[in-house]
Design a protein around this ligand. Structure first.
Ligand code: AMP
Ligand code: TRP
Length: 334
């Protein structure tokens, strides 16, 4: 049986990079797989968010996922902290994960910077919790953006380390699914940095809730270079910002960059940016409308999350119990 698991952090609102790199694929996969999608609020704690903001963003992110097309009846949609087994399995996995593996993680090195001793232990242990998220459901496929590739490789190593240590094949090792041309959307201001929820400048990203004027303005001010667009991808070498805009347009329209350049090669950016704005507005406006409707009824969103957590627990709890048994922990007497 194939089972999908993926997660997204409720740190700031969702942006176009999350959508094209991950969430749109999650929506498409619902037809073919048994899917579990998670608002990973325990992971968000690693960036020390304000409690009230975290609560509001968790609710809003769940609603955004529904508005984007995640169907909570077909898929399981839930909030990580509402299923206690995630934190518990993360501890068990900490005890089969050498520190050296975690020290290699580029995300930790990037986020901790030069002050590694002051970085939170949770940030260091982040990939262990991520491995627990997926292996807790015996998920077979994990659709994520390219930035998560190293974490997925580590996840397979952690599962393999457990299996090896206890002489079992209890945990299947999940396959990463890095899909589509939109898997790495870059900042609108610096084509070498990924579009990120946490960039201090809002002009670097298109948010799912940005209205048509805001989207037009952000693309108008997006950094480019003075040359017109080339007619084939080789002409985008060394032009990171131009390549990013072409990639975004291609991904929005489910075209290849070659196809986009066949149509727009030789065009100035003023023309191309207008087409890009139209494509982004066409994709995002209906999602923003649905989101506004959903946010009128926060209780209903919480009901959906409760139902999702109940269904998630029904899968996770027996797997956690078996894991503890394999490790030699004494089960509570029934
Ligand atoms: P996060 O915002 O870090 O919780 O990421 C949620 C999902 O969006 C993950 O699958 C990421 O790989 C993906 N993602 C985040 N930023 C980008 C980006 N700039 N381009 C493509 N995918 C992204
Ligand atoms: N670390 C992922 C990100 O930042 C989010 C995440 C947490 C995740 N747990 C996961 C993704 C499990 C896939 C599977 O994008």
């Amino acid at each position: 049986m194939n089972r999908i698991f993926s997660g997204i952090q409720p740190t700031h609102a969702m942006h176009l990079g999350n959508y094209l790199g991950a969430v749109r694929n999650w929506v498409d996969l619902q037809g073919d797989f048994d899917c579990i999608y998670c608002v990973v609020d325990l992971h968000a704690l690693t960036s020390a968010p304000d409690p009230a903001a975290l609560r509001a963003q968790s609710r809003e992110l769940a609603a955004t996922l529904i508005a984007a097309g995640i169907d909570p009846k077909r898929s399981i949609l839930f909030c990580q902290s509402q299923v206690a087994a995630h934190a518990e399995l993360a501890w068990l996995f900490s005890c089969v994960t050498p520190m050296g593996w975690l020290k290699r993680m580029t995300q930790f090195k990037d986020k901790a910077g030069k002050k590694q001793d002051q970085a939170l232990h949770g940030l260091f242990a982040y990939p262990v919790l991520m491995a627990a998220d997926v292996l807790l459901y015996h998920a077979t496929h994990v659709p994520v953006g390219e930035d998560q590739k190293q974490h997925l490789e580590l996840m397979r190593e952690i599962g393999g380390s457990f299996n090896h240590r206890f002489g079992t094949e209890f945990f299947p090792l999940p396959e990463p699914q890095i899909l589509g041309s939109g898997t790495r959307i870059m900042s609108l201001r610096d084509g070498t940095k990924k579009m990120s929820k946490t960039d201090p400048s809002d002009m670097t990203r298109i948010n799912m809730v940005d209205d048509a004027d805001t989207i037009a303005n952000k693309f108008r001010k997006a950094r480019t270079d003075p040359e017109p667009l080339p007619s084939e991808p080789a002409g985008l070498e060394g032009r990171a910002e131009a390549a990013n805009l072409v990639n975004i347009y291609a991904s929005l329209n489910r075209h290849t960059p070659e196809e986009v350049l066949q149509s727009y090669g030789g065009s100035p950016f003023s023309v191309f940016k207008q087409a890009l704005t139209d494509a982004a507005v066409a994709a995002l406006a209906p999602i923003a409308d649905r989101l506004n409707g959903l946010m009128q009824a926060p209780d209903e969103i919480e009901e959906v999350l409760k139902d999702g957590a109940d269904r998630a627990r029904a899968i996770a709890d027996p797997i956690l119990a078996r894991t503890k048994d394999i490790m030699g922990l004494l089960p509570p007497k029934t």
